[in-house]
Ligand binder design. Structure first.
Ligand SMILES: *[C@@H]1O[C@H](CO)[C@@H](O)[C@H](O)[C@H]1NC(C)=O
Ligand SMILES: *[C@@H]1O[C@H](CO)[C@@H](O)[C@H](O)[C@H]1NC(C)=O
Ligand SMILES: *[C@@H]1O[C@H](CO)[C@@H](O)[C@H](O)[C@H]1NC(C)=O
Length: 380
């Protein structure tokens, strides 16, 4: 999530920033960022972090200026009117483990940071890839031939995105995604950025969802009607870089993506509770596909123990914007109403003790219901 630092944090940051001295050529390179459809600016990398610190969301469209955001035609998809897969989904929900997510997030937050151009950002991506490999090789027992596979999606920078595919009987594709990087805005390359909530939580939520889904023999053996993908994006914080590279490639390849659900920041509940409100799932209603979003509310009502609340997050606030910009219907569900989401992100204090794992289980239930219902939907 792109958010603002507090003013005091900004003031405190000045001395630390001086430690981060990139090569002059890197420092002066200009990027084109889009802050609203059609509204662009040329900025240096340092200026990107200033925008983030001011709470300004942007897409780095340097490599994708041929797309006019104001003229994107998003595919019209007729999502199912009803939830129909309860019989199969409910037993899978019991396999989602808060303890497992806790254990994985502990490891994930132990990398100094997961910055997209740092050595530890690369290592974190490789660790996550090995976890997905482990889940695939452990799935299915002896009886099911597991059709799933996973590959890194390399970029021009150090950190790779990751794509796990569970082929179905058709190439119609349902995607759930989360970004895998984290950032310390005051010192991106070397600063500590545990990124527990932002967005370690989303990454681990969908990893756990993937594991539970693969325990279903029909899905694991490639017999679902549609193809299901789990994607972890590099370089979200620098302007949705990894997700743009993937969705631009998919568009070029004519891939038939029917729906994308973004999971980013799934574990912070304290803000909501301290405001005297009840725990909820924050369904983003701006810059998303309205019909897909309406369908996701049905998924939440059918499978989650807590209700949905409508919230808004602004243009380019996370990776679903990359799907949308390439013509694919997308949606975003976050941990709470935006005003109560974590303010600790993008620095040293986004730590694992601020994360509520039972809340992450509710996100995972939604993600599982989403991929299963749409994975088995006929006539999308
Ligand atoms: C976390 O993910 C959300 C949604 O994908 C995104 O808006 C936000 O910028 C991410 N936060 C960070 C620190 O990357
Ligand atoms: C959303 O659903 C309505 C009613 O089914 C339909 O008329 C409309 O075209 C759909 N919009 C999109 C963008 O698919
Ligand atoms: C897998 O195969 C081994 C050896 O044939 C057998 O002992 C074990 O019970 C099998 N496990 C499952 C889950 O079928």
């Amino acid at each position: 999530m792109k958010f603002s630092l507090t003013l005091s944090a900004l003031a405190a940051s000045t001395a630390v920033t001086a430690l981060y001295i990139p090569e002059p050529a890197v420092r002066q390179r200009l990027y084109t960022v889009e802050l609203a459809p059609g509204e662009t600016q040329q900025v240096t990398e340092d200026q990107k972090w200033e925008l983030l610190a001011q709470g300004k969301h942007f897409i780095d469209i340097t490599d994708y200026q041929h797309i006019d955001s104001r003229r994107v035609a998003v595919a019209k998809v007729a999502f199912p009117a009803d939830i129909t897969q309860q019989g199969a989904v409910k037993p899978l929900l019991t396999k989602l483990s808060a303890d497992n997510m806790n254990k994985n997030l502990q490891k994930y937050t132990s990398f100094n940071n997961r910055y997209y151009k740092s050595a530890t950002g690369k290592e974190a991506s490789e660790w996550l890839l090995s976890q997905v490999h482990g889940i695939i090789s452990g799935a299915g027992g002896n009886s099911t031939r597991v059709a799933a596979s996973v590959d890194p999606f390399p970029h021009s920078w150090l950190q790779s995105s990751i794509i796990a595919t569970i082929p179905g009987k058709s190439s119609k594709t349902i995607i759930v995604g989360a970004h895998l990087d984290s950032i310390n805005l005051r010192n991106p390359t070397f600063g500590r950025a545990p990124g527990a909530d932002d967005n370690g939580s989303g990454s681990m939520t969908i990893l756990e969802t993937f594991k539970a889904l693969l325990s279903d023999p029909t899905v694991a053996s490639g017999q679902a009607p549609n193809t299901i993908e789990f994607q972890w994006y590099a370089g979200e914080e620098a302007g949705l870089l990894g997700s743009q590279a993937i969705f631009a490639q998919y568009k070029k390849d004519g891939r038939d993506v029917k729906a994308m659900l973004n999971q980013d920041m799934t574990g912070f509940v304290k803000g909501t509770l301290e405001a005297g409100q009840k725990e909820v799932l924050g369904v983003v209603t701006d810059n998303v596909d309205k019909n897909l979003t309406a369908f996701i509310k049905k998924v939440i009502a059918a499978y989650c123990a807590i209700p949905a609340i409508d919230t808004r997050c602004g243009y380019a606030c996370s990776d679903h914007a990359s799907a949308n910009r390439n013509g694919y219907p997308s949606a975003f569900v976050i941990e709470s109403a935006m005003e109560y989401s974590s303010e600790l992100i993008h620095g040293t204090t986004d730590t694992i003790d601020t994360v509520n794992f039972e809340h992450m289980v509710e996100h995972a239930k939604m993600a599982l219901g989403f991929v299963y219902e749409l994975g088995f939907a006929q006539g999308l």
